[in-house]
Design a protein around this ligand. Structure first.
Ligand code: FES
Length: 385
């Protein structure tokens, strides 16, 4: 990788940092769907033959518990691709984790939901691409995905789980927000995340084709608020969570609640990262095959890289909000400016904020390129191994 001053930074000694409360196990990058907004690395195909074994994952979970992790997410790719998922759930549950499965529902069936429930899985989140079958299947790259998701969402509920649905919204589906919410009501969803696409991985590649206009976004938020008020007045239990994209903000998000503060993710091939996108940064990250999670969390240069504020340049260094947003998202700074130590360009104080303004202006125009779907073949274009 090129650009970025990260590699040359002096590494500070470990500073005050918390425990990795939230451990995310990206069990595999393999997935039967091809969502063009997937946050997985663009070159994921290069890692598919080197996945951690069942025993290696179990050791990682044990080390995570010792470090204080309480919540364990099974994610991917599509975690259902792993044939040992029920074993991993059972082991994690016995260690005392609160466990959740983040899935597309493709590959799920009644028997699997039952076996996960018996293994102790606490929570299942099913993602949809749209409320419209044609749009859903077009985005998923599968003609059967929508019906399968409906069936599995109902099955999850029938087996006693709270129904948690996730819709990633973008310019192709955000105008159907009312129909999305109606579908969630029909499915008796308990929690719905209406998450506007964030631009990492494949979504960054497809940003021009995905980013909604400001008018689209404001309309969607207004309609969501109207539904919230109407449903609350009816005493309806559904919770609608609307996540706005930071490209329409003037201050950056406190990404991951601070680098190396509460979140630790492990990739399918064992790389430990402070956020799901950090693999792209010009920083050396440790692998769970080479050292313990405790060494990784407390001592590794990768995890200490952006702890504290020694790394900061202006305008972050003298900013009175630096303890609130920690300079924003380093991955976003790197993707947009080539230097992860820059302030996140979402911040209006950043000298690179014009890049965000340009993206907003671009969102007002029709897309000129087709969507690039996330699949093995397209990934090989990025994977040069
Ligand atoms: Fe990596 Fe924000 S996603 S720091």
């Amino acid at each position: 990788m090129s650009g970025g001053a990260c590699q040359g930074l002096p590494i500070s000694l470990p500073k005050t940092h918390g425990q990795p409360l939230w451990l995310l196990a990206e069990l595999t990058y393999k997935c039967p769907l091809q969502c063009p907004y997937c946050s997985n690395p663009k070159d994921f195909a290069g890692f598919n033959d080197n996945e951690l074994s069942t025993q290696e994952w179990v050791r990682v979970f044990e080390e995570g518990r010792k470090l204080g992790a309480v919540q364990l997410g099974f994610s991917g790719g599509e975690p259902l691709v792993r044939q040992d998922l029920d074993v991993l759930i059972r082991e994690a549950r016995q260690m005392g984790y609160y466990t959740n499965l983040i899935t597309s529902g493709v590959g799920l069936n009644e028997r699997k939901v039952e076996s996960f429930r018996e293994a102790g899985l606490d929570h299942i989140q099913v993602s949809f691409q749209a409320s419209d079958e044609t749009v859903n299947n077009m985005l998923a790259g599968s003609a059967k995905a929508f019906q399968q998701k409906l069936k599995m969402a109902r099955e999850v509920k029938a087996q006693g789980y709270p129904m948690v649905l996730n819709f990633v919204t973008h310019r192709h589906n955000i105008d159907q927000i009312d129909r999305i919410i109606e579908l969630c009501i029909e499915l008796e969803a308990d929690y719905v995340e209406l998450a506007t696409c964030q631009y990492y991985g494949w979504a960054f590649e497809n940003r021009q084709q995905l980013m909604p206009t400001r008018a689209q976004l404001e309309r969607a938020e207004r309609i969501t608020n109207e539904y919230r008020a109407k449903l609350a007045a009816q005493g309806h239990p559904i919770k609608l969570i609307f996540v706005t994209p930071d490209y329409y903000e003037e201050r950056p998000k406190a990404c991951m609640n601070g680098w190396g503060q509460v979140f630790l993710t492990v990739t399918p091939d064992g790389q430990a990262l402070p956020c799901h996108s950090a693999r792209m940064l010009p920083i050396e990250f440790p692998n769970v095959r080479d050292m313990s999670l405790q060494q990784i969390w407390d001592e590794s240069p990768g995890f200490n890289h952006f702890r504290g504020d020694d790394w900061m340049q202006e305008p972050c260094r003298s900013c009175d909000e630096k303890d609130k947003d920690f300079g924003g998202c380093h991955c976003q700074a790197y993707m947009l400016t080539g230097d992860a130590t820059n302030a996140d360009p979402v911040c209006s104080k950043s000298e690179h904020h014009g890049l965000i303004l340009n993206a907003r202006a671009e969102a007002e125009l029709p897309a000129t390129e087709p969507l690039l779907f996330r699949n093995e073949r397209n990934s090989r274009v990025f994977y040069k191994g």
